[in-house]
Design a protein around this ligand. Sequence first.
Ligand code: ADP
Ligand code: MG
Length: 376
Amino acid sequence: MKEFKTLTIQNLYKNYGSTEVLKDFNLTIEKGEFVTFLGPSGCGKSTALNCICGLVPITGGEIYVDGECIDNSVDICTAPEKRGFGMVFQNYALFPHLTIAKNISFGLELKKMDKKEIKQRVENVLELVHLEGHGDKFPSQLSGGQQQRVAIARCIVLEPRLLMLDEPLSNLDAKLRLEMRYELKSLHERLQITTIYVTHDQHEALALSDKIVVMKLGKIQQVGNAQEVYTKPVNLFTADFMGYKNMWEGQIARFVENGDEVEMILNINGTSIVSKLLFTKNEVVQKLKLKNAYETGQSILTAVRPEDIIAGEGSINCFVCNINQTEYLGKVSNVSASVPNGFKIDARPECDTFSGNTIKLYVPPEKIMVFVKEEG
Ligand SMILES: Nc1ncnc2c1ncn2[C@@H]1O[C@H](COP(=O)(O)OP(=O)(O)O)[C@@H](O)[C@H]1O
Ligand SMILES: [Mg+2]
């Protein structure tokens, strides 16, 4: 099937009865991109995939391939097999009574492809997923990781123009998950198949994606590349999901704009903390929200990644803390500490730490995200 340049999802809605599972979902996917839907369980990731591939009817909105509508919930609904999208499910769904080669060739045989060509394609794809020589085995004779690779091979042998993977690594143990993540990345680099990948694991999303779509309760929160989502979460939800901690509540006591840069003095429980952030043209709305919070005295919440808080001195943002708990991680330790009469700090310093001791922690101003506290 012909490859596409862009897949556009416009104002997509999906309801189950009176429950809105997807709301105003807008996204453009470019040819060759690796796009990840990232969000907690139940936020609508699988539903979004199923809507895009046509397994689930959409309630509202449109889906376009190169400007041509393939689904509009009214009078157009291209059948799943005519979309040329391939799906790999979490539980592999291999046929247990068929050999690996037969599992992979199944879809090609349905298409009545020439026997010799089928054999060649199966051999090629087995090589691609590093399973050459395993064609005559049965699924039960393979490990979980190998079965997962068969499921992927079975899908890509059909040469889909879009590959969709729904939490493909979640059944594997931690070590294998890392290996398969690497395999997936290298497969994507070699084949350049446009891919939508679903996961609730931010590490997977960061490692694999060209574009991350962060979702919460059926709504897109943020779309950006790994670095953007990691360093510039647009709200507390995304920050939390990206591993930010140190959500201290307070007010903005001072707000000074200097071009794109904003310097704020935050009052957290009577302690002054300096935050210095850059806002690009695209982020003006966020800047205005903070300015408004400053003027009205509205509460704010901070978010700082533990790994950005370092042991050391500084003329500002330096706190002598009591260590409540430590967790040895090798090069660094997770440290949960508290400022006397103040707030708790989660840090990941590189020095030896012991609970009961004190530690001086420095929180760099440019690492302190500030979000207006939402009502309710
Ligand atoms: N067939 C269905 N009927 C009713 N509710 C459904 C159905 N499928 C999914 N849901 C609901 O839609 C929401 C999103 O589900 P899902 O897309 O599976 O989330 P995720 O993949 O992010 O875990 C959940 O609240 C789920 O209960
Ligand atoms: Mg799911």
